[in-house]
Design a protein around this ligand. Structure first.
Ligand SMILES: O=C1NC[C@H](CO)[C@@H](O)[C@@H]1O
Ligand SMILES: [Ca+2]
Length: 422
């Protein structure tokens, strides 16, 4: 795992250093946040993984690029949610691992440029975009993930700086979402930031519902906020009692109408696989195990889990897979909670199948069709690959001396905010 990661890293450094993404087939460069202007996303995503792998010369090289090149003074709209979980979170994790103060300053600078999206909103639900140079906000047509996935990173900044603004703004948005729950205790997923009105009826544990639930629990775990736990418990009780479905002896979470509970779709997103780990972390171990078992059935059937599978037919309704990490994410969480070797076996298969299907000339490629023989590749490697699955595999198999296996925390982008042992 370490050899594969460092091989891909060295190719990135040689061919695309500073680009948000490397194009792993052609060796080219690709922008993520803003067309025509990269901010070194893959460097920021890779730092804590390199550190945990004890590749300290590469950590130094990454820090050198960041301190010499990274600036958020960019006159363009950045997506608030993605900028937080990737850039604020990545810099915060790099600071947690290395203690390099400049990284904290950059994380705070980035977060400060995101704040107008919250402060300008009449409801406290953040706009989706903000211009990092001018503070101009845009797009109120948002969802509960992009409104409620900040408290881990923002709360950590409040703790480190003593400025409670970050935590308060993140929590205010989460409260507004929670206050909109239906009589069934379920949440639709699309919402208008200016009016607070729901824009749809469908509830999902997949995107764009997923990390709202994740961060309610994480905010409680990280900062001891019992109110967040109450909100999490209320919503999770409703999901387990109303949304869960046992089908062909597997546990699934179909999309349902938040007001009536009627099943709207039996498609499951590969991203929903994170939920198995969250359930286990929050005390619902059997449900977490059962949901991971369900996705393991899909991994065994396809080799690489398709972006969407219909669990009634077990057909891939959307056959691509952009190197999605969630099955490995929840395998690590379940292994940390239960110690059960089965989760390491499943993660090993996930790793081996990824290498067999995604490895290409200069790195690892997203797949356009996992059902093709062999699966077809796309010339793109997402930033989360550097932060997520390679870190999950490493932690599962390395017994890293730099990671506190008993007391730790990884964000939804696998940024390490607790548990680095320097
Ligand atoms: O929470 C997230 N959602 C989408 C990406 C991984 O699929 C990643 O950015 C992160 O894990
Ligand atoms: Ca995630």
């Amino acid at each position: 795992m370490r050899r594969e990661f460092l091989w891909a890293w060295r190719n990135y450094v040689e061919r695309a250093l500073g680009a948000d993404h490397i194009k792993p087939i052609s060796g080219g460069r690709e922008d993520f946040f803003v067309d025509g202007h990269s901010v070194g996303l893959s460097v920021i995503e890779a730092v804590d993984t390199l550190w945990l792998m004890e590749a300290d010369d590469e950590v130094d090289r990454a820090l050198r690029w960041i301190t010499e090149n990274l600036s958020f003074d960019v006159d363009a709209p950045f997506q608030v949610f993605e900028t937080n979980i990737r850039m604020v979170g990545g810099l915060a994790a790099a600071y947690h691992c290395t203690g390099e103060r400049r990284l904290l300053e950059l994380a705070v600078d980035c977060a400060d440029r995101l704040l107008p999206a919250f402060a300008e909103s009449p409801t406290g639900l953040p706009y989706r975009y903000v211009n990092l140079a001018t503070g101009q906000v845009s797009d109120p047509e948002t969802n509960i993930v992009e409104c409620g996935t900040y408290i881990a990173e923002f709360g950590q900044l409040s703790e480190w700086t003593g400025d409670g603004r970050y935590y308060d703004l993140a929590k205010r948005a989460m409260r507004r979402v929670f206050d909109g729950r239906t009589d069934l205790g379920l949440l639709p997923h699309d919402i208008n930031a200016e009016t607070g009105e729901w824009r749809n009826r469908q509830a999902t544990v997949g995107p764009p519902g997923d990390s709202y639930y994740e961060y309610l629990w994480d905010g409680y775990r990280l900062f001891g906020d019992d109110e967040l736990k109450q909100w999490y418990d209320t919503l999770t009780d409703a999901i387990l009692s109303t949304q869960a479905e046992r089908y062909a002896s597997n546990l699934w979470f179909p999309q349902v109408d938040a007001y009536t509970g009627e099943i709207l779709s039996r498609e499951q997103s590969v991203l929903a696989g994170f939920y198995a780990g969250l359930l286990a972390e929050s005390g619902n171990v059997e449900a977490g195990r059962a949901y991971h078992d369900s996705f393991n059935t899909v991994q065994n059937r396809f080799g690489v889990i398709p972006t969407f599978v219909d669990y009634e037919t077990m057909a891939a309704t959307y056959p691509n897979n952009a190197l999605r990490p969630e099955f490995a994410d929840s395998a690590l969480s379940l292994w940390l909670v239960t110690g059960d070797e089965v989760f390491r076996e499943r993660a090993r298969t996930h790793f081996e199948n990824m290498v067999a299907t995604s490895k290409t000339n200069y790195g690892f490629a997203s797949l356009s069709d996992v059902t093709a023989d062999p699966p077809t590749q796309q010339d793109s490697c997402p930033g989360y690959w550097w932060s997520e699955q390679m870190k999950y595999y490493w932690l599962l198999f390395s017994d890293s001396p730099r990671f506190d296996y008993r007391d730790n925390y990884l964000t939804t982008e696998a940024n390490l905010l607790r548990g680095a042992k320097r």
